[in-house]
Design a protein around this ligand. Structure first.
Ligand code: BG6
Length: 301
């Protein structure tokens, strides 16, 4: 991995990107634009903050998160790849795959015409990934920071056999109170509830939260709107190349069981994950690529 000095020399624009050692000494890219700033860790390709100018952080981070080699960061946007959730064939393999604990390279930093900045990180198959997943791939993750936030994960099959994967941009959003928010956009969509252990369909109603919620909505390309009157804002999450949306809040007792999650923090977070999971497995032929994109915009209410 390149040193901070080498990264600064290679990728400096005009102060829009500064590399430093962030939490736990992990290398981080701090991107600042007229519209807001982000923190992107090379550990996991992990976006840990998106703070639009004059607003509070849109992403939620746990104050008990680990920032250590080999461990996932709790909050922000972990990248789940090449499998979402547990690996059914290898129960000992890490949950949500290895992308979120791998060290990524910086490939490109670009200024956009509108003043935004995009950073592309790269992770290629290597000796370590082959031990867990027998596939040859190149993963490119481009985060574009402007008036909206865009995250695009591109998977290229550079092998000679088809590659099959599941994935998620596992976005944690900061909210005022889980009891007082609502999510629309998934009306009538079929979902698999891990909490209830069943497959069912979302009634034609807004999602509200009354207990532990862990659902994979399948066969949906719809945008979701998170309405948070307490924060005075709505977030709209639009997506491309994604057929699943995951909605997760651990509620009280599961939060207590997680060591990297403070006991009271479940009240102020909700995950709306842009995904391809369960029924929506993706197969990529040799030489082909797949792109999954999530874009987040903010409106005041
Ligand atoms: C969600 C899953 O995406 O991630 C949940 O649907 C899981 O089942 C949650 O508990 C957190 O996973 P992890 O591995 O980061 O603790």
């Amino acid at each position: 991995m390149k040193s901070i000095e080498e990264l600064m020399e290679k990728f400096d624009l005009a102060g829009e990107i500064v590399f430093d050692h962030g939490e736990g000494g992990l290398v981080r890219a701090n991107i600042t634009t007229p519209d807001g700033s982000t923190e992107l860790y090379l550990h996991g390709g992990h976006l840990a903050s998106w703070t639009p100018t004059d607003k509070s952080d849109i992403l939620w981070m746990s104050r008990k998160s680990c920032f250590e080699q080999g461990k996932p960061i709790r909050g922000g946007v972990p990248l789940c790849f090449p499998w979402f959730g547990p690996n059914e064939e290898k129960p000992d393999a890490p949950a949500h795959g290895f992308a979120r604990t791998s060290i990524w390279d910086v490939e490109l930093v670009q200024r956009q015409d509108d003043g935004g900045v995009s950073v592309t990180l790269l992770l290629k198959s290597n000796e370590q990934t082959r031990k867990l997943w027998n596939a040859e791939f190149e993963l490119r993750y481009t985060v574009t920071v402007g008036a909206v936030l865009t995250m695009m994960l591109e998977t290229r099959n550079v092998g000679v056999t088809p590659l099959t994967m599941t994935q998620a941009l596992h976005s944690y959003f900061a909210i005022s109170d889980i009891h007082n928010i609502s999510i629309t956009g998934l009306e009538g969509v079929e979902y698999i509830s891990k909490v209830e252990g069943k497959r069912t369909r979302q009634a034609d109603a807004t999602i509200i939260f009354e207990g532990e919620t862990d659902r994979v909505y399948i066969n949906t390309t719809s945008a979701c709107v998170l309405k948070d009157p307490g924060m005075g804002r709505t977030l709209t999450i639009t997506k491309k190349g994604s057929n699943s949306t995951v909605i997760w809040n651990p509620w009280e007792s599961k939060a207590q069981r997680m060591t990297d999650f403070a006991d009271d923090e479940w009240i102020n977070m909700v995950c709306i994950e842009t995904a391809n999971a369960l029924d929506n497995t993706i197969t990529i032929q040799p030489g082909k690529t797949h792109e999954i994109t999530a874009q987040i915009s903010i409106d005041n209410i």
